[in-house]
Write a protein that binds this ligand. Structure first.
Ligand code: DOR
Ligand code: ZN
Length: 449
């Protein structure tokens, strides 16, 4: 038997199909054997996982790690430390940085920067801009994992392209075989309502919700489904937040559109009622956390497969940036990579879902949607040894001050959790242990070989 680097024994291995007790041998960063402990080869390192569950690392296909341009909110070092502690072993970074990732040069800068700092594996999104069609193929060749389309944007760094440009971009991505992740809101509605509400002197949190009306989301989901159908482009709907979009998602899928969909813990676990606890403006995120009545159907949709993937839309900001008097000045979004797994394991502990459900939505489905499966997203012989040991008995309380993100303004402050990652391995190396990052910056790799 060939020598292994590491053996993990005594744990319960979780897959979407079920849970089995088995040992894992790791060599050269990969899982080389899964089976009874007595059949494992000799190894330099032994990890005792007795009493623990063993999960494939979470794959978060939607994070904003802020470099270049906004490193006061987050760096790749702080962000990937947060990810590792949170049980996330692969992240895909969004392009709304400054400069945005709309050119090959910007993409190369990010790949290099991430490669020097990351302690978990990563992919980098290219941006579909109104005027960069000629850059898309070169960006794909330079190692972009996927592309992001802001169909629903007021951000001058990543403006929404006109529909004609979107169709051309989709036709090209269909040729390249790459999935496009889409922020699905109707930009003209956002701009029109934003101007009207500002002109009326509105600065309250409810104005943000009025601007980002459900109809703006439902229309964009429906339209992008039609564009995907006509071009053959694979699409991924980002951060689904509205129950009114669900019929349009189901209709597109029923027509055979290759559409995957994600939602995030804040849409599943918060409502506008949480504004009273947090300060109404603090809750600002795009698209918004909605009134009571959405989170339940979104949770159900995640369990029935209408929504495929759990992501975080990790969007760190400093607490001061989220506590401004006018809603329009309040930075949208929350950090998420460090809290997502503990929050969802807590839902498992409450009996709202199973560990197998969690692994399906957080690991297997994202890996499948973005072409990483079965190298990632599964505990299997030959797969990367991206592994999280989870203690389902361990309890804790989420505290912003304990998070590793620089922009640590979490809306889950004070949440009691049960079920926590206690050790995270990326390609066989322990990158976090008992809540502390242990990985060496530069260990993380681009998933696009
Ligand atoms: O709330 C959000 N924050 N939505 C986005 O689309 C962008 C993100 C950010 O970068 O802060
Ligand atoms: Zn985002």
């Amino acid at each position: 038997m060939t020598q292994a680097d590491t053996i993990i024994t005594g744990g319960k291995l979780v897959s979407p199909e079920g849970i089995v007790e088995a040992a894992i041998a790791i060599a050269g960063g990969r899982i080389t054997r899964i089976g009874p402990a007595e059949e494992m080869p000799p190894a330099a390192e032994h990890i005792d996982a007795s009493g623990l569950h063993v999960l494939p690392g979470a794959i978060d296909v939607h994070v904003h790690f802020r470099e270049p341009g906004f490193s006061h909110k987050e760096t790749w070092t702080s962000a990937t430390q947060a990810a590792a502690v949170g049980g996330v072993t692969t992240v895909f970074d969004m392009p709304n940085t400054n400069p945005p990732t709309s050119t090959v040069d910007a993409l190369r800068w990010k790949l290099d920067n991430a490669g020097r700092q990351a302690i978990v594996d990563f992919g980098i999104y290219g941006n579909i801009a109104p005027d960069n069609l000629a850059e898309l193929r070169p960006m794909a060749e330079a190692g972009a994992v996927s592309f992001k389309l802001y169909m629903g944007s007021e951000n001058p760094l990543v403006p929404c392209p006109p529909d004609g440009a979107i169709l051309d971009a989709f036709a090209l991505l269909a040729e390249l075989g790459l999935r496009c992740t889409v922020h699905t809101e109707n930009t003209p509605i956002l701009e029109w309502r934003g101007a009207r509400l500002r002109a009326a002197g509105r600065t309250d949190a409810a104005a943000h919700l009025e601007q980002h009306a459900d109809v703006a989301a439902a229309e964009a989901v429906s339209r992008v489904g039609i564009f995907a159908e006509w071009t053959g482009c694979k699409i991924h709907i980002a951060h689904e937040n509205s129950r009114y979009s669900l019929p349009h998602i189901r209709f597109a899928k029923a027509r055979g559109v290759d559409m995957t969909v994600e939602t995030c813990p804040h849409y599943l676990l918060l409502t506008t009622d949480d504004g009273a606890r947090l300060g109404e403006n603090f809750l600002r995120v795009k698209p918004p956390v909605r009134e009571p009545g959405h989170s339940g159907p979104l949770f159900d949709a995640l369990l029935d497969g209408t929504i495929d993937i759990l992501s975080t839309d990790h969007a760190p900001h400093l607490p001061a940036e989220k506590r401004r008097a006018s809603i329009w000045d309040c930075a949208p979004g929350f950090p998420g990579v460090e809290t997502s797994m503990v929050l969802m394991l807590t839902e498992v502990s409450r009996g709202r879902m199973t560990l197998s459900d969690y692994v399906r939505m957080a690991s297997a489905k994202p890996a499948k949607a973005f072409g990483l499966y079965p190298r990632k997203g599964v505990l299997a012989e030959g797969a990367d040894a991206d592994i999280v040991l989870v203690d389902m008995e361990k309890r804790g309380t989420i505290r912003a001050e304990n998070l590793h993100s620089i922009g640590n303004a979490t809306p889950f402050e004070g949440f009691a959790v049960q079920g926590m990652p206690v050790r995270t391995l990326v390609r066989g190396r322990t990158v976090a242990l008992d809540g502390r990052p242990t990985g060496t910056p530069g260990w993380g790799r681009n998933v696009v070989a």
